[in-house]
Design a protein around this ligand. Sequence first.
Ligand SMILES: Cc1cc2nc3c(=O)[nH]c(=O)nc-3n(C[C@H](O)[C@H](O)[C@H](O)COP(=O)(O)O)c2cc1C
Length: 335
Amino acid sequence: MTAEEIARYVVARAVWAPSVHNTQPWRFTTDGGPQISLHADVGRRLAVADPDGREMMISCGAALFTARLALRALGYVPQTRVLPDPGQPTLVARVSWRERAAADEFERRLSGHVLTRRTHRGAFDPEPLPPDTLAALRAAAAREGAALRIVADDGRRAALAAAVQTAEHELRRDGERLRELARWTPAPGSACRDGVPATSYPARAERTQPYFPGRDFARGHGWGMPALGAATSHRAAGVAGLLTTAADRPADWVNAGQALQRILLTASTCGAAVALHSQPLELPWLREFIRTQLGDGACPHLVLRIGLVTQVAVSVRRDPDDVLFPMGGDRAGPG
Ligand SMILES: Cc1cc2nc3c(=O)[nH]c(=O)nc-3n(C[C@H](O)[C@H](O)[C@H](O)COP(=O)(O)O)c2cc1C
């Protein structure tokens, strides 16, 4: 493969990373050599929900991990520099590939889940996770410089659920946030290749004990997928956890994103799905509550719920050609 073909392959995989509201806030540039640059696309930042760009950088971090994994799958050793130029804060990373080494079995398995992994929204089956799953997910987070803290204690789990409920209640009353959400929640049948499609969330919220409400993507329109089977009372909230980093700088946000994607793909290899809740982390006072009361003082980025479930969600992505540009090209910005 030529360097250009490799860059295209890497980007075609990286775009399947998760991103907040599926904003896909990234852009890639290539100079035709064995290197690509990943830029945050600030025009896609959630100006109201994410004024500091933390969720944007987490999303870019998830794309960065996926790009690295794609290179490993091709048998290259990625060399990654995160935020390599202090003068260009939106240049998230440069990734180059020169050395070769065959991918190992686990890298190949992770890579096999990049296109099929989906964010889960709703309850889980009551069966416990396969043994060692949580240990594997914690190790995945640690490998990327973050931590996955399992919130196992009933009282703390209920407090975390209450934080998500409080946040969701606040967000639904905030007109500015609702207008921003509307920009990223296309109607069913839309040809949009970004945003959260109605094929990716349930039409009816599934109550669990404790209850972690999802975002109101349908905004009262009744959009969403019908329930798979008859509603039963045996549905579970799953194992709750917090993704945290020790510090709260942009480099930590990128690491959190890399850790997130490693966790999500590792979970997929274990047959598990993950639901994400960032609502309480978008409200500074609730983020501070979670940090001090439930996160042992570490900086929280996402609430995760992990469990077993049959997934039917379908998501969308922009074409690689819409996000990969020659360096110095029209829409590419500084390389
Ligand atoms: C930083 C971040 C925050 C997210 N917050 C939420 C959330 O609060 N609720 C939710 O349902 N999904 C959340 N997601 C998941 C995205 O909506 C999801 O990745 C995107 O819609 C693409 O769908 P996919 O992951 O199924 O490919 C978040 C993802 C990221 C990276």
